[in-house]
Design a protein around this ligand. Structure first.
Ligand SMILES: *Cc1c(COP(=O)(O)O)cnc(C)c1O
Length: 397
């Protein structure tokens, strides 16, 4: 049996024809930039998020840059964020000329540790950029009240959290600006790159819209240096077909996550993700991430196969041989997994100039050496999931 980490095959057999028709319609219209499909998507996505404004753009990374620029964050400014995320979170801060200030994560939920925010603030701090990582919503109530007290803006990185909710409010609608990605493996995936910015603030919305089109509020009047960052008409047409299925897909992801938790319960060496108990908080489970630290076989694994994949780069990173062994062994059994993320952002070569030392963010570094993402997508069936679980159990017995 082969269980991929992610697959669109079954989704395409269900809605492929509808997608084909939507794309063909755009092709035949001869109108490829902007237009009805883009406007319709922005409107329906805004309704789905309960926000006043949604602006489509070229990617989740661009959404973050546009949000930062719209808030006038740039050279000399600092933005507090997490080092346990996809690189783009921090890259966007750097690309607008500001400095990311990395704060360690809470080892329980892998999200920014809100208790560490206070000591990260300086006179240059302008904003906090929390990441709802893997679909797990961060405590926005606490985060917002801290931001208000300290006069900071809040930009939510919701790239992995389309469909997540905090205390009844969709993520991305709670802070000043929410940033979304429609990369194909996200909860709402386009057939290529795509992204969106969400806000309730009309001025911010206008500013984002202008920046996304060359700083151009009126045709050929340029009041700023912006970007060419639009959501393609073809991508919008695809998203319009898919959006109505989103609630159903999120439910499926939740069922799969609950089933994993149930089936993997009490397995020695495996740490399961936190599951949210309250109805008003929804984890949209873009990823199902376990931690594997050690088991009775640990010594044998280390002796036989010391396969720390990034040891050449950082020989001081925590030992990841047990996790790497589990990943390789599952691969041999036909189970696809992935490591989100093997190297924390603060230790990436691109951030060398800040001289972050190994062990400066111990929770982030340890967790990077232990995490493994298991297959999760709405169409993953019971048989496939049981195969994943039994493969893990057999390896650990
Ligand atoms: C995917 C992702 C992004 C970037 O989105 P793109 O659409 O690929 O540019 C940003 N942040 C996080 C947390 C992501 O997972």
């Amino acid at each position: 049996m082969h269980v991929p980490l992610f697959s669109l095959d079954k989704q395409l057999s269900e809605i492929g024809q509808e997608l084909d028709a939507a794309v063909l319609k755009i092709l035949q219209s001869g109108k490829y930039i902007g237009g009805l499909e883009v406007n319709a998507f922005e409107k329906s996505f805004a309704e789905c998020l309960h926000v006043k404004h949604v602006i489509g753009c070229n990617s989740g990374t661009d959404a973050l840059m546009l949000a930062l620029r719209a808030l006038d964050i740039g050279p000399g400014d600092e933005v507090i964020t997490s080092s346990f995320s996809f690189f783009a979170t921090a890259e966007a801060i750097s690309n607008v000329g500001a400095k990311p200030i990395f704060v360690d994560i809470d080892p329980e939920n892998y999200l920014l540790d809100l208790n560490l925010l206070k000591e990260a603030i300086t006179s240059s701090t302008k904003a906090i950029l929390p990441v709802h990582l893997f679909g797990s919503p961060i405590d926005m109530t606490k985060l917002l009240s801290f931001a208000k007290e300290n006069g900071l803006k809040v930009i939510e990185d919701c790239a992995q959290a389309v469909g997540s909710v905090w205390e009844g409010q969709p993520v991305g609608s709670i802070g000043d600006i929410g940033c979304f990605s429609f990369f194909p493996t996200k909860n709402l995936g386009a057939a290529g790159d795509g992204g969106a910015v969400a806000t309730n603030d009309v001025e911010l919305a206008n500013r984002v819209r202008e920046l996304a089109i060359h700083g151009m509020p009126k045709r050929y009047l340029h009041t700023d240096f912006g970007y060419n960052s639009r959501l393609d008409a073809i991508q919008a047409a695809i998203l319009n077909v898919k959006l109505p299925s989103l609630p159903k897909w999120i439910k499926k992801r939740q069922q799969i996550a609950e089933r994993y938790c149930h089936l993997l319960e009490d397995l020695p060496g495996i740490q399961l993700p936190l599951t949210i108990q309250k109805d008003e908080n929804i984890n949209s489970w873009n990823q199902f991430v376990i931690r594997f630290t050690s088991c009775s076989k640990k010594e044998e694994i280390v002796a036989n196969r010391f396969n720390d994949k990034f040891k050449e780069i950082y020989n001081n990173l925590p030992d990841s041989s047990a996790r790497d062994w589990l990943q390789d062994s599952l691969q041999k059994l036909g189970v696809g997994t992935i490591i989100y993320y093997p190297i924390p952002i603060h230790l990436q070569p691109a951030y060398k100039k800040y001289n972050y030392e190994v062990n400066s963010l111990p929770n982030t570094e340890n967790i990077c050496s232990e995490v493994l993402s298991l297959p999760i997508f709405p169409e993953l069936n019971l048989e496939e999931q049981e195969y994943v679980v039994n493969s893990i159990k057999n390896l650990l017995e």
